[in-house]
Structure formats: C-alpha cells, structure tokens
Write a protein that binds this ligand. Sequence first.
Ligand SMILES: [Zn+2]
Length: 331
Amino acid sequence: MGYSKEVYTAVRSRLSQRRQSVHNIAENRRRQLYSDIPELEVLDREQLEAGATAAKAMLMPGADTEAILNELNNRNVEIDAARKEIFLECGIPTDYLEIPFYCPSCRDTGYVDGVMCECMKKELKAEAYKRLNALSPLTLSGFEQFKLEYYSDQPDASKVVPRVKMLEIYNYCVKYANTFSLQSPSILMLGSAGLGKTHLSLSIAAKAIDKGYGVVYGSAQNLLRSVEVEHFSKDSDESNSLASLLECDLLIMDDLGTEFQTAFTSSAVYNIVNTRMLTGRPTIISTNLTFDLMKKAYSEKVVSRLAGSYSMLRFVGSDIRDILRRERQGT
Ligand SMILES: [Zn+2]
C-alpha cells in the first residue's frame, strides 16, 4: 500500500524520536550506575583501554596477533565476569544497560537488512488512519451515553414502538462491538437524520479501535473528498486514502448520500462497497436515503450489494436532536 510523503515523514520522525529516547534511557542508566557503583566505570574504562592497547600492539612490526587477541579475550572474560558479579550482588538485571528498543528486531530503525520492518508497516497504517479519522468532526462516543429514553414508548403509525425497536438495535450494536472480528458482517444503518446512527456506529468504532483493529471512520462526504482530492492531485501517483478505505479492518462511512455526488464519488462508492465485500472486510454504512434514492444516487449494483450482503438496521423514532435542543433550553 502506498502512503503519502507526509505519512512517511511523520512515521520516520516518530521512529527517530524513539531511538533517541531509548538511547537516552540507556545513557542515563549508565551514568546513574557509574555514580552509584564507581567500580563499574573503572571496569568499563579498563575494557576500553585493553582493546586500544591490543589494537596498538598488533600494529607493531612482528607482532604475534594471535597471542595478543588471546590475551585480550581473556581480559575481557575477566572483566565481564567481574561486572556480572557486581550486577548480581546489587540485584541489577543483566540487561539493565542494554538499549531498551521498542522493536528489538529493527532496533527502532524501521528496517531489517534493508527490508521494512513489521513495526514500521504498522506505524504507517496507523498514521494513515489517524489522518483520515481526523477529518471526522465527531469525537468518539460510547454506548454508555446512548439514551433510550429519547425514543418514544408509544407505537408509531406502523405500530412500531420506537423505544423497543431501538433497544433491539442498541443490543445488536453492543454485541457486534463486543464480538467484533474480521469475520463480522457488514451493517447498513437506515433511517432519517438524528436517530442515533452516528452515535452507535462511532461507539462500535471506539470498541474496535480498543481491541486493536485498524478502523477508519468518517462522514461519506469527508472520506470521499479525500479520495477525490488525492485522485486528481498531481503529486501523488497512488491514492493512499482509497487504499486505506479498501484495506482497513473496519470501515465506517457515515451519512452516505450527503456528499456532493459526482460520477467520481458514485464509482468510488461502488468500488469501496464491492471490493470490501469481495475481500470479506466488515463495513458499516449509515444513510438517510431510501433504497430508491440510493439507486438514483449510485447505481442498482451498489444497492444490490448492500441489500444482498449487509445486515440491515432500520432506525426509528423522531429526531432526537430536537429533544436535546429542548433539553438544553430547559423547555
Ligand atoms: Zn521494527
């Protein structure tokens, strides 16, 4: 997956800060140990000097290299043993002065033998998602803040009691979030604005992120705009936003249909829905549109994919934003 220059730059600078900080930790520990146990500094200095003396001796004409190296080796073994004894006596862990790398395989450089380390791949992915998610103006909300009492307990015209129906949907979402895995089904949340679709889908996002999944969430408008901008911008040859939307563990696209619709967005929506369906990646889409309007806005193909493979949640009730507004005004 290709990422933008900014994503690489951010990750490289994070790795470099990490290297710096772990080196500092090791250096501070060494200094502290030297001041607490001066013999350690003496031993370290002796070891350095022994090495330097041996190197010099080997340069002398007619030097017996093997004998010199043997002697050096013996001296090093003695010093290591003396040091080990001090560590043991003082109860210091044997690896205490080693650099505590976040990732020992690449020593926080991001590369092992010129090949990108898994830790760097993970960082790049997380950084790309973070940038996409920053577009969402909503902070992550939790299930605890979801209030069923905002939904009427009286049957509506079609004899559905909104509070009962919404309890069912709420329970479904809580269970979905708690048991979320890459095998989870996709969800289509239907219903008019202000019925809590965004709240519940973001609650699922928060849980999935907690579990360590790569989640991209945002309004269809923002997500599709960043795909479009990248697609038409000259400096990026690969669209990394689109790749993130196609490849993340869980994609949550909120308010489908409110974006500015063009031939580009329509085909992007199809591509996203279709690709994620074919690769079996869970997706949550919410929309105020009816199936008929979706057919008009996108295509029959998109609607048939959604109807065929998504679990459908139909939100009911009256706009809770009005209730919230009235509550705030104290009327
Ligand atoms: Zn690594």
